[in-house]
Design a protein around this ligand. Structure first.
Ligand code: AMP
Length: 171
């Protein structure tokens, strides 16, 4: 197989001018490339006693649910405001312009549950930091944060501060 980065497609000026969108659909479409991602993450976390993988809407659902199942763990969605049907706790965080709110079901975790947080990509890190804080609000134990792509020049790792981060591909 060619390198994993060959399956990440750059889309200039999407969703708005000046942004180079990292499109992971070619990676998902290739059984071999998607398997490489899953097997790498599985090997990293298989002995970490992960109870739940939490994935962020929406591409985090794809990576996270496949990984949860492979790890023998459950999957928990973290969603944009107003999408989850049961009682939620929420967190609002700043964007470059304005703010955004993410939510998790209030009974998603019991205190001490071992959680792996997953998304497709970290840019500024604001979304993952808010998700990590939500997990903390439920007193769960955040074991690691894993992403497929890290855009290093946006310094998301710095935004995360003391939260851990593993990335497969860096740009
Ligand atoms: P951030 O909070 O800035 O780290 O943004 C992370 C979220 O936005 C992730 O869920 C990504 O899927 C999405 N995102 C941000 N920038 C990009 C990009 N250049 N290409 C693809 N997805 C992006």
């Amino acid at each position: 197989m060619s390198s994993l980065s060959d399956y990440i497609r750059d889309i200039p000026d999407f969703p708005k001018k000046g942004i180079i969108f990292k499109d992971i659909t070619p990676l998902l479409k290739s059984h071999q490339a998607f398997s490489t991602v899953m097997n790498t993450l599985y090997e990293l976390y298989k002995n970490k006693k992960i109870d739940y993988v939490a994935g962020i809407e929406s591409r985090g659902f794809i990576i996270g649910s496949a990984l949860a199942n492979k790890l023998g763990a459950g999957f928990v969605p973290i969603r944009k405001k107003g999408k989850l049907p049961y009682k939620t706790i929420s967190l609002t965080y700043d964007l470059e312009y304005g703010s955004d709110t993410i939510e998790i079901h209030e009974d998603a975790f019991a205190p001490g549950d071992r959680v792996l947080l997953v998304d497709d990509l970290i840019a500024t890190g604001g979304t993952l930091k808010a998700a990590a804080e939500l997990i903390g609000k439920l007193d769960a134990n955040l074991i690691d944060i894993a992403v497929v792509v890290e855009l290093c020049f946006l310094k998301g790792r710095e935004t995360l501060g003391s939260y851990p981060l593993y990335s497969l591909l860096t740009y």
